[in-house]
Design a protein around this ligand. Structure first.
Ligand SMILES: N=C(N)NCCCCNCCCN
Ligand SMILES: [Mn+2]
Ligand SMILES: [Mn+2]
Length: 285
């Protein structure tokens, strides 16, 4: 099966299936055209796939070997350099193609800038958007571009998708007012607790699109990301929250975004790869 806009990349090390038969379909989005601080998100998908080589496919916690699950990797989207909107259109079209041949497929995006989550949300039309992020991403526009990574949650909210945000520790006064005006709940990283998480996600309508901007973690875990911020969440905080969602909500799609760097095996990619295996493992139980 060929997709219009994707090309082949490094694969995971265990046997994969075709996208027609897969339950999990990995898609890389190596875009970093609007990155404002640290470069290198274009290498995110390759870095994450490479970092998986370090991991056992058996996830101890769930007694699940993800090598036995039907996973496809359809490669990376060919980006339109410097154009987040046209690249996100390609993400949307690729996911639409995928859903036509396999309506049950769960897209798993590896990024790449957070701007590209918009394309996945447009394709999947979830009722809710749950995001782990250091940043509110609610700007009307940033650096003259409404499709900049710093605006993605704003664009998604304008689609009428209900949102809830966790691990936040950066935003502007305007973003905070917008969240307040629209009733978008968010939990500051320093106030984060599992109970606070449950309280906000329980009432959300399904299906839920789940997005992890890797910068939600404390920067000691993820130094290589576009806009790193001190004071973030721990690895198990996020895993525990995802486990609750996997158990209690229908998930439309999942992504791990903003992984960057130029060195194979960097800590950020290892954090992202571990998160990827845990997510597939918990969904595969
Ligand atoms: N969603 C995001 N990653 N937002 C952060 C955008 C960059 C803000 N830099 C502001 C620097 C002011 N000196
Ligand atoms: Mn962020
Ligand atoms: Mn973000």
């Amino acid at each position: 099966m060929d997709f219009l806009y994707t090309y082949e990349t490094l694969k995971l090390e265990f046997p994969l299936v075709g996208p027609e038969r897969a339950r999990f379909v990995i898609l890389g989005v190596p875009f970093d055209g609007t990155t404002s601080f640290k470069a290198g998100a274009r290498f995110g998908p390759t870095l994450i796939r490479h970092a998986t080589l370090n991991l056992e496919s058996y996830v101890l916690d769930y007694d699940v070997d993800i090598a036995e699950l039907p996973i496809a990797d359809i490669g990376d989207v060919a980006v339109v350099a410097g154009d987040p909107r046209r690249t996100a259109d390609r993400v949307r079209e690729t996911i639409e193609e995928l859903k036509r041949i396999n309506p049950d497929a769960l897209p798993v995006l590896l990024g790449g800038e957070h701007s590209q989550t918009l394309g996945a949300v447009e394709a999947l039309k979830p009722a809710s958007y749950v995001v782990f992020d250091a940043h509110l991403d609610l700007r009307e526009s940033y650096e003259d571009n409404p499709y900049n990574h710093a605006c993605v949650a704003r664009r998604i909210s304008e689609l009428g998708v209900k949102e809830a945000m966790f691990g936040i520790r950066s935003g502007t006064r305007e973003e905070v007012s917008y969240a307040q005006e629209k009733g978008i709940p968010w939990v500051h990283a320093r106030d984060y607790s599992f109970d606070a998480f449950i309280e906000l996600v329980k009432p959300l309508p399904e299906p839920v699109y789940l997005s992890v901007d890797i910068d939600v973690f404390d920067l000691s875990l993820v130094p290589s990301t576009g806009t790193p911020e001190a004071g973030g969440l721990g690895f198990w905080d996020v895993i525990k929250a995802l486990e609750w969602l996997a158990e209690n909500k229908k998930i439309a799609g999942f992504d791990i975004m903003e992984v960057a760097g130029e060195n194979l095996g960097n800590p950020t990619s290892l954090t992202a790869a571990k998160l990827l295996f845990y997510f597939i493992g918990m969904m595969g139980v």
